[in-house]
Design a protein. Structure first.
Length: 451
């Protein structure tokens, strides 16, 4: 091994050792006391603009019917104020570089209506018990590219001390154990013209027991059926993911309906672009963030207070149409609700010799759910290039803090994608469904494609 390679390997080993420390007994003892059961600060902030966490929104309101969309428990509230290009400088300490860039790019149309903050995130009690149970054994492996000892915990690192720990808290967070949903994404040109891609997907947490069998090191399996446009109709993707991708790399296959052929997709990770997104969403941006951590050097920057899209029940309204949401340049600000919340800030810098479209990414994760809220994404020259935003919502009937949509904006071209939207879909999301593992294997794709 050459001297430079040896030094690089030694440096990575030392860094990895520094971030692999398990949670201490005093850390774990804080859960449910001054920290919430998942490790967020329970108390309000100094001026009370972020309230104390009181258990979240864990029950559906009377008359709730998911088929009609989620009733907005805060529909009567009015904005406290609105941030625009004209006053954004006043709020810059609570905005990211990407948010400020959107105000500059769209000074006439982009705005943020800021409402009172509500800490609605709530998980089932069993999940809280599992977080505490496995906090002492969960640890990073393979230099942060995997996790061991997490058991069935949805938050393996409730008191994170490294950027990779926050990333893993996001990647394997509670999503109901499994879900089946219909959703769409819209690829929007600068003029506002858009085309729609419709998908049905099923995602199953194998490690949490939502399959009828279980493999070692398994994390989740995902299968997606394209319903439109005609050029993609009948296409099926299958992905099997693992807790340590160094030990077991992601496996992926695609079924082509026209050819009735199944083939491997070995490159379905990192900066591989998803079909039908025009390159606006990469594989490791699916669900906010997922996959391998090893292409970037990660740094935990700490917490900050930030205005993020939160409690976006308006976007679940089944009376909405494409024209109500999809506007030139960005999602319609009138259907997005912003609140002040504490977030974990994590910065990733592309490692020397590694390949990715982004040279740097700064990502902000909600402290109560560990869900990605916003990301600033930089090109190969180090210039701010894209932004990524999650529209968060508590699915109170299933006790799942999740999202109702995401957007991916290209600051250079003016194009964007609105992803994971369900407002035009008739079926509600189904959580907690058990599946057969045999239906998530490549030899089942042809049979599934014929249905």
């Amino acid at each position: 091994m050459q001297a430079k390679q040896w030094i690089a390997a030694l440096t990575l080993t030392l860094i990895s050792g520094a971030v692999m420390a398990k949670a201490t007994a005093p850390d774990i003892d804080r859960l449910g006391k001054d920290l919430t059961p998942v490790g967020a600060e329970k108390a309000a902030n100094k001026d009370g603009s972020i309230p104390a966490w009181d258990g979240g929104l864990s029950k559906a309101p009377a008359g709730f019917n998911a088929a009609k969309g989620y009733a907005d428990p805060y529909a009567a509230e009015k904005p406290l104020f609105t941030i625009t290009a004209q006053n954004a400088e006043q709020y810059k300490d609570r905005l990211s570089a990407g948010q400020l860039a959107l105000f500059k790019k769209y000074p006439q149309s982009y705005k943020m209506h800021v409402y009172p903050s509500h800490r609605t995130a709530a998980l089932p009690k069993q999940q809280y018990d599992d977080v505490k149970k496995f906090a002492a054994t969960a640890e990073l492996t393979s230099g942060g590219n995997g996790v061991a000892g997490a058991g069935t915990s949805a938050v393996p690192f409730p008191v994170p001390k490294a950027g990779e720990e926050v990333l893993w808290n996001h990647s394997i967070r509670w999503e109901g154990g499994s879900y089946e949903r219909d959703y769409s994404w819209y690829v929007v040109q600068p003029s506002g013209s858009a085309f729609r891609v419709a998908v049905t997907d099923r995602t199953v947490s194998e490690r949490m027991g939502y399959f009828d069998s279980k493999r070692d090191n398994a994390s989740f399996s995902f299968i997606a059926f394209y319903r439109q446009p005609a050029t993609l109709e009948g296409t099926i993707y299958l992905v099997q993911d693992f807790m340590d991708s160094t030990k077991d790399p992601r496996k992926a296959w695609i079924y082509n309906a026209g050819q009735r052929r199944v083939r491997r997709v070995p490159e379905l990770c990192c900066d591989y672009t998803a079909d039908g997104t025009e390159g606006l969403r990469l594989s490791d941006q699916y669900g906010g963030w997922n996959g391998q951590t090893d292409r970037f050097a990660w740094k935990l920057l700490g917490k900050k207070e930030m205005y993020i899209a939160y409690n976006d029940y308006k976007l679940s309204d089944k009376s909405l149409k494409e024209a109500d949401v999809v506007k030139p340049g960005h999602v319609n600000p009138e259907v997005v609700r912003y609140e002040l919340h504490r977030v974990w800030a994590v910065e990733g810098t592309l490692r020397p010799g590694a390949r990715h479209l982004f040279s740097k990414r700064t990502m902000y994760f909600d402290e109560d759910s560990y869900q990605l809220a916003f990301a600033d994404l930089y090109d190969a020259r180090g210039a701010l290039w894209r932004t990524q935003e999650t529209y968060a919502m508590q699915y109170y009937d299933a006790q799942v803090p999740w999202y109702i949509g995401m957007s991916f904006n290209d600051l250079n071209s003016g194009a964007y994608a609105m992803d994971f939207a369900t407002f035009e879909e008739k079926r509600p999301v189904v959580f907690g469904k058990k599946f057969k593992a045999s239906d998530f294997e490549p030899d089942a794709l042809r049979r599934l494609g014929g249905k």
